[in-house]
Ligand binder design. Structure first.
Ligand SMILES: *[C@@H]1O[C@H](CO)[C@@H](O)[C@H](O)[C@H]1NC(C)=O
Ligand SMILES: *[C@@H]1O[C@H](CO)[C@@H](O)[C@H](O)[C@H]1NC(C)=O
Ligand SMILES: *[C@@H]1O[C@H](CO)[C@@H](O)[C@H](O)[C@H]1NC(C)=O
Length: 514
């Protein structure tokens, strides 16, 4: 076996994002950072000695038997809870970022593993983290980066783990994941039902969508939602502020650059779009993570946008509130200025060196161009941000970076939905968990009936993106606590069903072999 003991708890950030906007990416990173810190407080160093790190050499192209090239895929195993030999296997699927020891040591799935005596696995996605060859980021090599290849990696890993741990059909596999990896969890069950008995898919955008304008609309609705501290007034203030910023940008771009402390004055339309995107990102990230975020909650944001007692010039009021919001972002993120250079963005993304295992933006951009879209546009009248962020402006990057024509994108996205089933996947024993204030819920499977059969789902009225995946906290809302219990019930019932099926099969075997 190629296992080695995990050296130490790497408390680096789990760079894990599903967003086009760079600021939302940074916020996601910080949310994971805070979650890791929190998890660390609960961990004993002793727990670490149960974690083993492994590598498996996966075929670079599972769909071409002539191609013998491989890449090393990293995974972690925690046997501490495992009730040998028949205990279940809980597989935590990595998404668009590295996995770490912590993924088999903390989180709701780990608590459930302890409950059910499960063997815990966390596996890194190909081309992210350390699971990438040195030349992996070159455009011609990115051709092997796809969700289909990633799912096949999981099937191969399944076989490898079965052999390494002498598992049998009696060991029931359940998969877990959140965001993109939540979709992978659902798809793994959908495509390989003989390998995984049940799947939990948290905040999983299983439906690919080129023009994800619904994202901004959902952000607008959350800003209006009084249950989470929003109001009609808040969303109008945001809308007015963006309108004012756009208008001023036409009149005097240097003034706008000065007010928002841009690192450089936007020199062309593309830079102006970057600025508008960054400002929208601050609001989007706040809503997506709400109370999980380290920046501020929806209620804080609406406090700034609607605070009557703050002194502003009446005429420029909404605009000044937006300036204030960007100040809060800069000071909390310790960024001296707001980067708005499109040229710099492209240059960073063109870099093909794998200098850090946290590099993920280039790879994820490739996957949005080739498989998923997910472009958070603002062309609808209902979008509260700047209409300068169009589908055209968002997808230019596909051509600039990878030579993928914008016209080819609709076909690619449509294929993804045909291949996996979109938001009507007809899956069985897949639990879709979504949060009411998470804009990504729009691309997941909700409480509607799916081909006559009700899809299993949990809807958490007032929670954000992937909130259910972390270990419970005393401060969690009632709805989130209930949702975790609901998830536990599903997992428990799957394991029970598996037991019964097993007994039936054994019984049948006994009868037919008498
Ligand atoms: C534009 O803004 C800059 C920076 O505040 C200012 O110096 C300049 O006078 C303004 N130009 C016009 C035409 O208002
Ligand atoms: C409103 O503005 C006042 C004065 O600037 C400030 O003291 C107060 O903290 C603000 N409240 C909120 C909720 O932002
Ligand atoms: C979804 O179903 C659950 C349980 O059946 C229910 O509690 C929840 O309110 C429903 N959510 C929506 C959005 O209809």
């Amino acid at each position: 076996m190629v296992f080695s003991k995990a050296q130490c708890l790497v408390l680096l950030l789990l760079w894990n994002f599903t967003d086009a906007g760079r600021i939302v990416m940074k916020m996601k990173q910080r949310v994971r950072d805070v979650q890791l810190q929190r998890a660390k407080q609960h961990l004993l160093t002793a727990a670490l000695q149960h974690v083993k790190e492994g590598r498996i050499h996966q075929q670079l192209d599972h769909f071409n038997r002539q191609d013998a090239n491989t890449f090393p895929q990293r995974f972690f195993v925690n046997e501490a809870f495992w009730q040998r030999p028949d205990g279940p296997v809980f597989l935590f699927i990595g998404g668009e970022g590295p996995v770490y020891e912590i993924d088999v040591l903390a989180g709701h799935h780990v608590d459930m593993a302890a409950e059910h005596g499960a063997l815990l696995l966390a596996v890194e996605h190909r081309f992210y983290g350390e699971s990438i060859n040195p030349d992996g980021l070159k455009t011609e090599n990115l051709a092997h980066l796809s969700s289909q290849q990633a799912l096949t990696d999981l099937a191969v890993l399944h076989q490898y783990i079965v052999q390494s741990f002498s598992l049998s059909r009696r060991n029931i596999w359940i998969s877990f994941g959140g965001s993109y990896s939540g979709a992978l969890s659902a798809w793994f069950r959908g495509k390989f039902p003989h390998l995984v008995f049940g799947a939990v898919a948290s905040s999983a955008p299983v439906k690919a969508e080129l023009d994800f304008s619904a994202y901004s609309d959902a952000v607008g609705l959350s800003l209006m939602n009084e249950a989470v501290g929003g109001s009609e007034k808040c969303v109008s203030a945001v809308r007015e502020a963006f309108g004012a910023a756009e208008a001023l940008m036409i009149r005097n771009v240097s003034q706008v650059a000065k007010d928002f402390r841009c690192c450089q004055t936007p020199k062309d339309h593309q830079d102006q779009v970057e600025l508008m995107q960054s400002l929208a990102d601050i609001v989007m990230g706040t809503v997506q993570y709400n109370e999980e975020s380290v920046l501020m909650s929806i209620s804080d944001l609406c406090g700034v946008m609607t605070n009557q007692s703050a002194a502003y010039e009446e005429e420029r009021e909404p605009y000044q509130r937006l300036v204030k919001l960007s100040q809060i972002y800069r000071s909390s993120s310790e960024e001296p200025c707001l980067d708005v250079s499109h040229e710099k963005t492209v240059k960073d993304l063109m870099d093909t060196t794998v200098q850090s295992e946290r590099r993920a933006e280039r790879q994820w951009t490739y996957q949005t161009c080739t498989e998923f879209g997910f472009y958070q546009t603002c062309e609808d009248a209902s979008c509260p941000f700047s209409g300068m962020v169009t589908l055209r402006s968002q997808t230019e990057i596909c051509l600039e970076l990878f030579g993928i024509s914008q016209n080819s994108l609709p076909g690619r996205v449509a294929f993804t939905n045909r291949y996996y089933g979109g938001d009507e996947p007809h899956t069985h024993r897949v639990l879709y968990v979504n949060g009411g204030v998470d804009p990504w819920k729009e691309l997941s499977v909700g409480n509607r009936t799916d081909g006559g059969e009700e899809a299993e789902s949990v809807f958490i009225r007032d929670s954000a993106h992937c909130a259910d995946m972390s270990r419970g906290r005393v401060t969690d809302h009632r709805s989130l606590k209930n949702a975790r219990q609901e998830i536990e019930k599903h997992v428990e019932s799957w394991l029970k069903t598996a037991q019964q099926e097993k007994k039936r099969t054994e019984w049948r075997y006994l009868i037919t072999n008498r």
